[in-house]
Design a protein around this ligand. Structure first.
Ligand SMILES: [Zn+2]
Length: 112
């Protein structure tokens, strides 16, 4: 194994306890932390009903947090990083950008 493999993780070690699973968990927890903080800022502004943009952002943040929680559950179940459309491993580069991705790019595009 090269140093690059060890730091980036591979599809094989995304299983619970693997290097990839640990990296994925760190990314997801960072994501959860950032979104939760942003949500708290929005909530602290009080009544958002008159602010359409803030409301939209609020909904997006809540959905993202749900996705993050679901991804953490998949990590525990050992199914993290597997496309729900074609059952192929989702490329590591995509998971770096979107750690809670459920689909590979091809299947995601097909769903639109
Ligand atoms: Zn797919």
């Amino acid at each position: 194994m090269t140093v690059n493999d060890a730091t980036r993780g591979t599809a094989d070690d995304r299983r619970p306890g693997g290097t990839g699973a640990r990296l994925a968990r760190e990314r997801l927890e960072q994501e959860r932390h950032a979104r939760t903080a942003e949500l708290a800022v929005l909530e602290s502004r009080g009544d958002l009903r008159s602010d359409e943009a803030a409301l939209t952002r609020f909904d997006t943040l809540r959905k993202t947090l749900e996705e993050v929680e679901a991804a953490l559950a998949r990590l525990d179940a050992g199914t993290y990083g597997i496309c729900e459309g074609c059952n192929e491993p989702i490329p590591e580069g995509r998971l770096e950008i979107l750690p809670y991705a459920r689909f590979c790019v091809r299947c995601q595009q097909r769903r639109r």
